[in-house]
Design a protein around this ligand. Structure first.
Ligand code: SAM
Length: 230
């Protein structure tokens, strides 16, 4: 079973993981998710996890000590461990990465706050043979913390794990999934009942029962949408 360890100073963000398909996947034993409070690994009365930046500048930086302790604790036992450090400076998250991570056995998510995590955490674990370290961004914008980014990644990854979706066929034609020709296009527009809504009719061909024509129509619409969003 795939294991996910999430390290954060705001464990409550992850209550959403009890809901919907991920909640069900957890109760069915398809995934094992554990949330850890970084402050449990901080010293002193104030359980401080940050300090002023060397070299000056605004804001605070997350100290390496509590991160090292928390990551060491969750990575006891044999690797490999995939350590994902959320940062807007990281490699942009894609469907292809979600697919790759959905095959991994142990993923650790390090949710930064403030100005981010002391860079030596990335450097240290990158030098450890049992770790694969990935600095990942969910897009070119800045969030307040890595928790929401982790939720985004978990949704994309966990739905690809066999057994999580009720109908695995729904994955086959989804947006950003590589086609047999090796292309990633977005999905065609979808319609359901009623056949007419506020004067708008469902494209007639979808009601025709002609599967070949429907397939051709959908491909054409998917290509149109793919081109239009660029
Ligand atoms: N000073 C950092 C910079 O300019 O690159 C931004 C830090 S941000 C305010 C605090 C934390 O939010 C980051 O350490 C990271 O964990 C998370 N974060 C913010 N934007 C993100 C994004 N686009 N993708 C992933 N994580 C993000």
């Amino acid at each position: 079973m795939a294991r996910f360890d999430l390290i954060t100073i705001f464990p409550d963000y992850f209550e959403a993981l009890e809901l919907s398909l991920i909640g069900k996947a957890r109760t069915q034993g398809l995934v094992d998710i554990a949330v850890h409070d970084l402050r449990d690994h901080a010293e002193g009365v104030h359980k401080s996890v940050d300090d002023t930046p060397y070299g000056g500048g605004a804001g605070m930086v997350m100290s390496p000590e509590p991160w090292g302790k928390a990551i060491d604790l969750v990575s006891q036992g044999s690797g490999p461990h995939d350590l994902i450090i959320l940062t807007p400076a990281g490699k942009k998250f894609t469907q292809a990465m979600a697919e790759e991570f959905s095959h991994r056995e142990h993923l650790i998510f390090a949710c930064g706050r403030y100005e981010g995590i002391d860079h030596r955490v990335t450097e240290f674990y990158s030098s450890q043979p049992e770790f694969r370290v990935h600095e990942v961004s969910i897009g070119d914008y800045v969030l307040n913390g890595g928790e929401v980014a982790t939720l985004v990644m978990l949704e994309a990854i966990i739905r690809l794990i066999p057994g999580v979706l009720g109908n695995p066929l729904s994955l086959a034609e989804e947006s950003h999934t590589l086609t047999s020709e090796g292309e990633a296009i977005v999905e065609y527009p979808n319609f359901t009942k009623p056949p007419e809504w506020r004067g708008l009719e469902v494209p007639e061909i979808l009601l025709s029962g002609n599967h070949a024509a429907i397939k051709a129509f959908r491909t054409q619409e998917a290509v149109k949408r793919t081109v239009n969003r660029e």
